[in-house]
Design a protein around this ligand. Structure first.
Ligand SMILES: Nc1ncnc2c1ncn2[C@@H]1O[C@H](COP(=O)(O)OP(=O)(O)OP(=O)(O)O)[C@@H](O)[C@H]1O
Ligand SMILES: [Mg+2]
Length: 751
């Protein structure tokens, strides 16, 4: 991350004007765009709304417009603020701007100094400069993730004498978050039912706010809210940014909440040049406060706004598009719009019923291999699911089949214990007031500091208004603490002193300081659950590599910047588009992306629509429509092939049970889909399988065959046709197996 001084915005600079205007001709930028897209790219000053369905080129228009603004309209890169929803999208945009306007080598990867990022990264960046105007905070603030938040809430619930089993931290945490984000609304909405439970929640919230301030810590919601607070009350600061950003662009505007809406308004308050684009049908974050009105009311909010609609889809085949349109047309709360494509009709959408999650996972793996066998790449494929727990079975099947894959959730990596420990230690180095981090690592590796001693220290600190780390420095802090714990805490105090040295260092060097302060072998050994320490040691290495990479990319960022980047890693971050691996991710994480082959797993009535989402919604019908949009987003990621699977029996945390196919499956148009359920499998066994054609040519029930791995066997059943043709074979050595004929390479022996 770069730390350009705000002054650049106002100081005349040799770089302002149109860098490389000659190099990038207008016609080159506009090449291949349709009329509506051109209109949007070239639109003049003032507010501009682009509403359009998936795959119609909204994101492409936004990036091209940025390039156009810089190369043709004399806007300097740093006068542009572009906000997207994922870090990955931001990265892509930066690279594109880099390509169009090649920056000096040292500046590469930063989009020529333009501010391209997510709401959270922009706000973190602004706060690092401006947070001093808010009392009690310094620019060394820590960023707490949801896990940290819940830990703190749990402690508070206990401190206040409530039962943590009755008042669960995640529940209170979401409640607090929802309330905070509502505060961004200007319609005076109040969330209150006056219940006893609410009194408890309110008490916890108050304490939570206090404790966060004491720790100089912000949670994810605070990042945005603090900037809003500064902009609302310190107009001097607000105006500096508003003047600086001559052009503001926001992608995926349908998913902005009220706080984000107001931030955008501030950013655009001076020049009024605001471009937003989005698709109301793809709004999938209502549960996080996203408000579809932001896009629907745009023309009212920004009088004189120009609106451009894009109607041609460039992403998906005709059949996939038909399926998507048919599903979404069941939502009542929407404006009707139909996308068309000039492309091919393509293959039918394949819907497969599976016995259970393992069967489903094998099926998906088989279809992916079939895609590759037909000349595709693993990197073209994505497997999408509603809930994270579906991932395990899919991973297992892919591993078994030696299909390379990647879980698209940067979060996963950072959720590992060893990484969280290291992050906590780094956070303490920068911000010793961070009690949540302190509590996490005070006993890592074990120093004999038990809950009682820790509670005594916490109490001591609270009474004096000190952080726990500072309290340790007080002469009488350990008076009431005995034995090993006393020694352990003294030892940790020593470690903290060493850590303080890391404060102003480069990220990788800071990490080395942390590792030196740790007895690494003992620390890793303590985490060993019987599977050895090699994996964790490798993760530590990987983390070290991230840190060096960060230092190289952002020499000015140091530990502070690195921690910020780590804290902001969102779901889609680990995603590297060019790696030839299958991508696994939740439906929420897939927005904006596209793949030649998409499999959507677990399309069952409990999972999609997600039962809990529907149960917890104020209005179940609204939730069912939101879940349908999620399915729609998933379907519209596919360019060429779409596979939808469901099971009849699934294992949940509490045990397995029969499940029903999703109601949304009935909305898929018959003509566009090809179903392979048990009945179809049987029917096909009787009729549809054509032994004269395709992969199964020459095979018949009863034939003796040879398989390269499984050896000799006898065909018991043949089902499916074309790419779905499969055989059940009873192998002499391995028993009964079902194989896709596409690449099973069965050789007939009895002729
Ligand atoms: N005029 C065009 N000619 C050819 N391909 C195009 C054109 N416009 C866009 N595309 C391609 O279509 C695909 C979808 O574009 P893009 O991702 O910008 O759509 P989007 O509207 O942002 O979709 P989503 O709503 O899913 O985010 C991309 O591969 C893009 O390069
Ligand atoms: Mg897009």
């Amino acid at each position: 991350m770069d730390w350009l001084d705000l002054k650049e915005a106002t100081a005349p600079s040799a770089l302002s004007g149109a860098p490389n205007a000659d190099a990038v001709a207008e016609s080159q930028l506009l090449e291949g765009l349709n009329d509506a897209q051109r209109e949007a790219v070239l639109a003049g000053s003032g507010p501009l709304l682009i509403v359009a369905g998936p795959g119609s080129g909204k994101t492409r228009v936004v990036t091209t417009r940025i390039a156009h603004l810089v190369t043709q309209r004399g806007i300097a890169p740093w006068e542009i603020l572009a906000i997207t929803f994922t870090n990955k999208a931001a990265k892509e945009m930066r690279e594109r701007v880099d390509r169009l306007i090649p920056p000096p080598e040292a500046e590469q990867g930063r989009g020529g100094g333009s501010w391209i990022g997510t709401f959270h990264s922009m706000c973190a960046r602004i706060l690092r400069r401006e947070i001093d105007v808010l009392e009690g905070y310094t620019r060394d603030f820590s960023i707490h993730d949801t896990g940290d938040r819940n830990n703190l809430i749990k402690t508070i619930v206990k401190d206040l004498g409530f039962d943590p089993k009755q008042f669960r931290a995640p529940q209170i945490g979401s409640w607090i978050s929802a309330r905070k984000n509502r505060r961004g609304r200007d319609d005076g909405f109040e969330l209150s039912d006056g219940s006893m439970e609410e009194d408890v929640f309110l008490a916890v919230e108050k304490k939570y706010r206090e404790r966060m301030r004491q720790q100089n810590a912000l949670d994810f919601d605070d990042l945005l809210l603090k900037v809003l607070e500064i902009f609302d009350h310190h107009h001097g600061v607000r105006d500096a940014y508003a003047r600086r950003f001559r052009q503001v662009l926001v992608d995926e505007y349908q998913d902005t909440n009220r706080v984000q809406y107001r931030l955008v308004k501030h950013f655009a308050s001076f020049h009024g040049n605001l471009t937003v684009c989005g698709d109301p049908d793809q709004s999938i974050y209502a549960w996080r406060g996203a408000d579809i009105r932001n896009i629907l009311d745009f023309e009212e909010d920004y009088p004189g706004a120009q609106t451009v609609r894009l109607e041609q889809n460039y992403r998906s085949t005709g059949r996939i598009l038909e399926a998507a349109n048919a599903v979404i047309s069941n939502n009542t709360a929407r404006k009707d719009k139909d996308l068309f494509t000039d492309g091919e009709q393509g293959e039918r959408v394949v819907v497969i019923e599976c016995g259970d999650e393992n069967d489903e996972a094998r099926e998906i793996a088989a279809q992916i291999r079939s895609h590759v066998a037909r000349g595709g790449n693993y990197g073209d494929c994505a497997v999408l699911y509603r809930a994270g727990f579906l991932q395990r079975a899919i991973e297992a099947a892919l591993r078994y089949d030696a299909v390379p894959y990647q879980v698209v959730a940067g979060l996963e990596f950072y959720q590992r214990k060893e990484i969280k420990d290291l992050v906590a230690l780094l956070r303490l180095a920068l911000n010793p007031a961070d009690d949540v981090a302190f509590v996490r690592v005070v006993n890592t590796p074990a120093r004999g500091v038990g809950d009682t001693s820790l509670a005594r220290l916490a109490h001591f600190a609270q009474e004096r208004g000190l952080s726990m780390a500072n309290a340790l420095g007080e002469a009488d802090a350990l008076n009431e603490i005995r034995g090993r714990a006393k020694k352990g805490l003294a030892e940790f105090a020593g470690a903290l002193e060493e850590l303080a040295l890391a404060r102003e260092l480069d990220a990788a060097v800071a990490l080395d300081v942390v590792l030196e302060s740790l007895d690494v072998d003992r620390w890793l050994a303590e985490m060993d659950d019987g599977s050895g320490t090699a994996d964790r040691a490798a993760n530590v290495e990987e983390f070290r590599a991230f840190a060096s990479d960060y230092d190289e990319r952002s020499p000015e960022g140091k530990l502070r910047g690195f921690l910020e980047e780590v804290a902001l890693v969102s779901d889609t971050d680990a995603y590297e588009g060019d790696e030839d691996r299958v991508k696994l991710m939740t439906l929420h994480a897939c927005k904006g992306l596209e793949f030649r082959f998409v499999a959507i797993a677990g399309v069952e009535d409990e999972l999609l629509p997600h039962e809990r989402a529907v149960d917890e919604a104020a209005d179940p019908d609204v939730a069912i429509e939101e879940e349908r949009r999620l399915f729609y987003v998933g379907i519209t990621r596919a360019k060429e092939r779409l596979l939808v699977t469901y099971t009849t029996y699934r294992s949940f945390f509490g045990g397995g049970r029969p499940v029903l196919p999703s109601r949304y499956l009935r909305e898929l148009p018959e003509a566009e889909i090809e179903g392979v359920g048990p009945e179809e499998r049987e029917e096909e066994a009787l009729g549809a399988f054509d032994p004269a054609k395709g992969a199964g040519a020459g095979l018949e029930v009863g034939a003796i065959v040879m398989h390269p791995h499984f050896g000799r066997g006898k065909i018991e059943q043949l089902t499916g046709a074309g790419i779905n043709a499969r055989a059940t074979v009873d192998f002499v050595r391995e028993g009964r197996k079902q194989l896709l004929l596409q690449y099973a390479s069965l050789e007939r022996l009895d002729r």
